[in-house]
Structures are given as structure tokens and as C-alpha cells.
Design a protein. Sequence first.
Length: 211
Amino acid sequence: MYQGKFITFEGTEGVGKTTQIQLLEKYLKTKNIKCLVTREPGGTILGERIRKVLLNNDALDIDPMAELLLMFSARAQHLRDVIHPALKDNIWVLCDRFTDASYAYQGGGRGLPYASIRRIETVVQDGFTADLTILLSGDIESGMRRVSKRGDKDRFELEKIEFFERVRHSYLNLAKANPERFSIVDADQTIDKAALAIQTAMKRRFAELIA
């Protein structure tokens, strides 16, 4: 049983995950809770190299299963080098995407069977999962407009709207199947309101730790 807590943030492109993670980190610091912010794919030297391969928009044709295996390769390293050590040291880990993204993007988006993803998850994670998952769910087209303002799109951001609709649908199904772990937050409301909703979810889930 780890002393720290593992909080993951999920959602389609442009829903404001990065902003909300930063705001939650600031909030938890006011509660004297040590935090580590990380991301997937990434978080380690190997993970960041894999991230570069996966997100590069150079038209590289990556097979969906190869994409999935690369994601889990980065995840295995991330767990060993960053996530598990931090949690053991009573540090709360705030992670931008985790395994739910594999089900949503490679499963829902790419069409890989959930059963295949689950088998790999079992090998890599051995039952380990998030203590709380914040799902930022919002209008796909609005999110993509925000992405466009950032400049060049990565390989995933170049996908069609239909792809992201499948991803969003998969996320909502995951949340429905795991209500004890997921908290759905409306990404189309103001940043401050979304942040408050996340704080409320945190207090509800960790009432004994967050006054």
C-alpha cells in the first residue's frame, strides 16, 4: 500500500488537461501535499524518446499494435523509474494520461480489441491503477480549435473528428464502467469552474487527507 496517491488526467485533445494539472498541483501544495507532475508517453528518457516517435507528424505509418506496444514500453519504464518510487516516498503523482488513454485511443480510436490491451496491461501493471482519474470531457470541435491555435499539430492531432468522437465515446464508457475511480468534469466550462470541480472530486475521494 503506497503512501502517495496516483491521480491521472484523461481527455481528448484541447480539453485543458495541462492547465488543470498545474492548478491542482498548486492547490495540493496549499494542503502541504508533495506532488510530482509527469506525462505519458514520457516521464523518462526512454519515454520521451518514444513520445517523439509517436507524436512526430512526419507521416510515419505506425501499425496500431506497434503504437500500443510502444505506449506500454514507455509506461513500463515510467512505472519503474518515476511513478512507483514517488508513491513509495509519499509523493502524490499527477499524470497527464495513463492506461485509460490506451483503451480510448488505441482501442476506441484505432479499433484494437480491449482484450488485447487488457492482456498487455496485466503484464506491465500487475493490477496497479490510479486512485482517481479525472476525465475532462468537452466538445471535440472546440478542443480542436484550441489545438490549432497552438501551432503545428502532432500525429494524433492530425486525425479526423470522427477519430476523436470514438475516443471520447470510449472514455465515457470507461468512466461508466469504473464509477468508483472516475470523476467526469465538464471541459467546456470556465477554467476556474473546472478547477473547482476537480478540487471537489479530490476532497470527496480523499476526505481523510484533504481538509
